[in-house]
Design a protein around this ligand. Structure first.
Ligand SMILES: Nc1ncnc2c1ncn2[C@@H]1O[C@H](COP(=O)(O)OP(=O)(O)OP(=O)(O)O)[C@@H](O)[C@H]1O
Length: 308
């Protein structure tokens, strides 16, 4: 399970003299869900298009299942499903007929196609809408048909470019469930998003991309530990200022409570508990707070993910 499904080395791409990719490198383990997290314009789509063979890189290399994509050609394309950011469906055709068209395009044998369409519609939660024209579908349902199209030929790797942008929560949940199902079946998923909660909910590993470069990567908790700051949060019943602790950072007010940034959160937690008990202060909340990817992004770039 731990072989590399994707190996990206120092990928470069320039559009009209403007650098979109400035040496992106990352590895994706087979059977894992890998998140490419970054703000708009970071280079996620460009990377995914190069991996899918739709765009040629100016430099660097990409290997998928151990084969350099420029040399492997169609042998790799058969193992790969790509879900673009923009929805590409025939509005006047039913979901079933759209999938029939895509299935033929992907070369799914005619004898299997009907059954396969039924299976992928089931996978994306639209089996009961097979005969309905796509024009009547919500944005989220259209997106799910697009995902179904990319699954028809049973790819071992699926590349999804921001599949949840602008869709309803129900479709988002269906997509999440579907991804979890794919992972269980051993399919590798590369998933791009600018929502850190999605990476936290779905991905085993991630790379944070900014200005065409990977600025942090690894397993989620590892990235949070390596680049994020641990904090301890304390809120007193009377909303007052908590006792100061010797040898640690001064508390900073956050909403109704106070936080201390520290490398030794358990010591601060114990110290605050002891100090409050000694001073007979009533505690409403006292806890360690895990750093978030938002914090990591802020520390690494000086800007927030959401401002973009
Ligand atoms: N076809 C193109 N022609 C010129 N510039 C482009 C083209 N496609 C992308 N770019 C530029 O390349 C950079 C990276 O864009 P890319 O779409 O890969 O980023 P992204 O992280 O996927 O962002 P988004 O979330 O907005 O899709 C941006 O500065 C973008 O404006």
């Amino acid at each position: 399970m731990n072989n590399a499904a994707i190996e990206v080395i120092k990928l470069l791409k320039t559009y009209d003299g403007k650098k979109a990719l400035a040496g992106i490198s990352f590895n994706v383990k087979e059977g894992s869900c890998f998140g490419l997290l970054g703000p708009n314009g970071a280079g996620k789509s460009t990377t995914m298009k190069i991996l899918s063979g739709l765009l040629e890189a100016d430099g660097g290399s990409v290997s998928i299942f151990g084969r350099e994509i420029r040399k492997a050609g169609n042998a790799i394309k058969d193992q790969l499903g790509y879900v673009p950011q923009s929805i590409t469906l025939y509005e006047k055709l039913s979901a079933y007929d759209n999938l029939q068209f895509f299935g033929e395009m992907y070369g799914v044998p005619k004898s299997e196609l009907k059954q396969r369409i039924g299976e992928v519609l089931e996978q994306v939660g639209l089996a009961d809408r097979a005969k309905d024209e796509v024009t009547a579908f919500s944005g989220g349902m259209k997106r799910r048909v697009n995902i179904a199209a990319a699954l028809l030929h049973r790819p071992k790797l699926i590349i999804m470019d921001e599949p949840t942008v602008g869709i309803d929560p129900q479709s988002r949940n269906h997509i999440f469930e579907m991804i979890r199902g794919l992972k269980k079946a051993g399919v590798t998923v590369l998933y791009s998003t600018h929502y850190m909660e999605e990476v936290e909910a779905l991905c085993d590993d991630l790379a944070i991309v900014d200005h065409g470069q990977v600025i942090a990567q690894g397993e989620l908790n590892e990235v949070l530990e390596r680049h994020g700051t641990q904090t301890v949060y304390l809120e007193l019943h009377n909303g007052g200022r908590p006792p100061a602790l010797a040898g640690v950072n001064a508390p900073i007010q956050r909403g109704r409570g106070w936080t201390i940034e520290t490398d030794a959160p358990l010591d601060v937690l114990a110290g605050w508990a002891q100090a409050c008990r000694s001073a007979s202060l009533k505690v409403s909340q006292l806890e360690m707070v895990r750093p978030s990817l938002e914090d990591v992004f802020l520390i690494m770039t000086g800007t927030t993910l959401r401002d973009n």
